[in-house]
Design a protein around this ligand. Sequence first.
Ligand code: PLP
Length: 378
Amino acid sequence: MKETIDFIRAHYQSEGFIPLHEPFFSGNEKEYLSECIDTTFVSSVGKFVDKFEQDIAKYTGAKFAIATVNGTAALHIALQLAGVKKNHEVITQSLTFIATCNAVSYIGAHPIFIDVDRETMGLSPEKLEHFLSTGTHMENGHCINNATKRIIKVVVPMHTFGIPINLDELKTVCQKYNLQIVEDAAESLGSYQNNVHTGTKGLLGTLSFNGNKTITTGGGGMILTNDEKLAKQAKHLTTTAKIPHRWDFEHDRVGYNYRMPNINAALGCAQLEKLPEILKEKRGLAKKYEVFFKDKAARFVTEPKNTVANYWLNAIVLDDAPNKDMFLTTTNDAGVMTRPIWKLMSSLPMFKDAQKGNLENSIWLEERVINIPSSVKR
Ligand SMILES: *Cc1c(COP(=O)(O)O)cnc(C)c1O
């Protein structure tokens, strides 16, 4: 473990505290932020929101991108647009960040937890197929859960730490059961599966630009879709459902104040310009880690075949689960921040009664996966 600590310190050329992931500002951030302040356009009006949306659409290849105040808000809206209503059910992974499940709960819908694959740490198409073929039936075009008799509407895969899952396989399964896919691509800006950017293969996808993500807007999110009608609805719903007019205030339904402020979008525009550089740095560090961990008692997580990972948060899988606490204590005591993967959602008080499949891989990973410092070197 001393070797690991020394290796990380040598990479960052630092004797001080080494965080897990910090933002990296090296471009036009200050210039664009000053422009917001000088022009007074810091809030809900301004050119940077439109520009950031267009830039993200271009970068990801999504036809449309709608900026939101954070990634959770993007998920909340995307799930509604995919047709999720109160008392519907949404299939997702138990091994994820809480936001995925919170968004389901905001609607009054219920999560069903299905296992992940060990290689990707993301939703397993095979486990999903097994659950759907043994636990559901079709009725008037709806997938009905045999156990609860409720409609299962949407499947939400998450690309854990930027490692893409096999969406083509997942899509084939979902189509058989008339289920829509909403991709939680919060962690995977810059990640591709079969040359397609994550978040653009499902009906809708969402991104996050929180401070700890690959690029940041302070706080922020994005809804991605190739469907023009859904894109228009997303914009409408996230901007208080106001009917555009020069002076009249008229709203045609209950909407949300989920719009990204101009000042955050300005930061995003500057960050996005540097994304290729950031990704190159991250890939370089991942390569170094991969070589370093080859003869250690852990496997460094790498991108699966036919995918490109952004290596947002680097992760190792310890050979021996009992070593986890020791590894975390030793590294953190030495000022090198490391963190275990999330506790399974199915073990939290709000979701402990949720339906779940066999979660053997999720449990196996929960016991072994540790994130290691992944910031771009300043
Ligand atoms: C970061 C993240 C989100 C969104 O988080 P916000 O802080 O609301 O932007 C959603 N899902 C996952 C898996 C995330 O890691």
